[in-house]
Design a protein around this ligand. Structure first.
Ligand SMILES: [Zn+2]
Ligand SMILES: [Zn+2]
Length: 163
């Protein structure tokens, strides 16, 4: 073994050897402790610190995000039933647009709650249509409506949740 192959031991599991370090604080971490992020591995302490920093959307942000999601959900629910299979292309675009507007409206303050509020508010205006289609016996229109909701919501989730 040469000198550059320094053997590290996980700070949380001193009996485990590892080659990983937390990119932020430099603590040695094992694979079980390491949390992979887009910039590198984080130790449990830095993950906690990052969560505290990111979970900072206030009630005002939730109201703004929820209100915008309701608005986009309402417009989407009006348009989607007329699009049939075009929803496959348009719903992700629409979801991306909605998600981006919400994201910038809350000044890019991440919150898990924001996602749930936005998803609920976005879905709500579509529910009467979904129910009436389900009862009215137009299975194809119902399918497109559900495809619309699924695609739009996953685009919004991608923007609001997985950052
Ligand atoms: Zn760390
Ligand atoms: Zn460990």
């Amino acid at each position: 073994m040469n000198e550059t192959d320094e053997v590290l031991h996980c700070r949380w599991h001193p009996e485990r050897e590892t080659m990983l370090r937390c990119y932020r604080c430099g603590a040695p971490i094992c694979y079980e402790c390491a949390r992979r992020t887009s910039v590198g591995y984080l130790c449990p302490d830095c993950v906690k610190a990052a969560k505290r920093r990111f979970e900072r959307a206030g009630i005002g942000d939730l109201l703004i995000g929820g209100g915008l999601a309701l608005f986009f959900g309402f417009i989407g629910a009006l348009i989607a039933p007329h699009l049939s299979w075009f929803v496959i292309f348009l719903a992700p675009l629409y979801g991306t647009l909605s998600g981006n507007v919400i994201w910038y409206a809350v000044r890019r303050r991440y919150s898990e709650r924001l996602w749930w509020v936005a998803a609920a508010a976005f879905t709500l205006p579509a529910l009467p249509g979904v129910v009436s289609l389900a009862l009215g016996g137009d299975p194809l229109a119902l399918v497109w409506m559900l495809v619309y909701l699924g695609l739009a919501l996953s685009s919004i989730a991608y923007l609001l949740r997985l950052r």
